[in-house]
Design a protein around this ligand. Structure first.
Ligand SMILES: CC(=O)[C@@H](O)[C@H](O)COP(=O)(O)O
Ligand SMILES: NCC(=O)COP(=O)(O)O
Length: 238
């Protein structure tokens, strides 16, 4: 079985647009879990444009499933994760001003750095995962860092799938086979959606977890529209 961890960044984006508490991030995180999701993912960014650091602390009491915090392990981030002690930390090499994540780690070049920071999280009983591009060299490098899991960066797959190029799954399958051999757990994320998730899962042996945010929240808006509009029309009809 592959666990679904819902990334709630976009709910915070909407909340922050008006400065109040609508939508209520904590309530929605609770409901998402009640609706069956097996995890909650957040990716606080240094400018706090969506998830705020305070949200990360507040969610600790709300997340009763798997709590996954993603981000670049700079000082503030690392300190926060060590205080919160989520189920899993996913390390992503984002630039401070990145619009969204756009690359995995160079696990060869940054092996010593990753080794050190991963050991620190593991000493604190936090499972580790590192965000990687689907290349065999990066998977081999990941195994040498001591990480528990990798997260396959799926944007390229998602883009190509939309264009009808199903061959784009190949490097992901090869990396998954190698990761399984090397004893690494496999997560995946970025631009996964209702359209591409089934095909992706079918082709990745032992896919443990996917974290999905942008598409899932967009799909929820779209599929929720009819019900909500009907609700308004009913109240306005007399
Ligand atoms: C790590 C990753 O794949 C990102 O997709 C992510 O966690 C989303 O971040 P944003 O919501 O800030 O785009
Ligand atoms: N780790 C990926 C993630 O949490 C969500 O990415 P996206 O679905 O918002 O692209």
């Amino acid at each position: 079985m592959t666990k679904l961890s819902v990334n709630i960044n976009k709910i915070a984006t909407l909340r922050n647009a008006r400065g109040g508490n609508v939508p209520d991030l904590l309530k929605m995180a609770k409901d998402i879990q009640n609706f069956g999701a097996q995890g909650i993912t957040i990716h606080p960014r240094p400018d706090e444009r969506h998830i705020r650091y305070q949200d990360a602390y507040d969610l600790k009491a709300i997340v009763t499933t798997e709590y996954n915090i993603e981000g670049n392990p700079m000082d503030n981030f690392t300190k926060m994760v060590l205080q919160i002690k989520p189920t899993q930390v996913t390390l992503v090499p984002d630039a401070v001003d990145a619009i969204t994540s756009n690359a995995g780690w160079d696990t060869v070049k940054h092996k010593d750095y990753l080794k050190e920071i991963i050991a620190e999280f593991k000493r604190n009983d936090i499972r580790t995962s590192i965000f990687v591009d689907p290349t065999l060299k990066m998977i081999e490098g990941a195994a040498e860092t001591g990480t528990d899991r990798i997260e396959l960066y799926t944007e390229e797959f998602a883009d190509q799938f939309t264009l009808g190029n199903k061959e784009a799954i190949k490097p992901y399958t090869e990396c998954a086979i190698l990761a399984n051999k090397l004893g690494l757990g496999i997560n995946a994320g970025h631009d996964l959606s209702l359209d591409n998730i089934e095909f992706f899962k079918e082709n990745i042996p032992n896919l443990l977890e996917v974290s999905i945010g942008h598409a899932l929240i967009s799909e929820s808006l779209y599929y929720g529209l009819e019900k909500v509009i009907a609700g308004y029309l009913k109240k306005l009809s007399s």
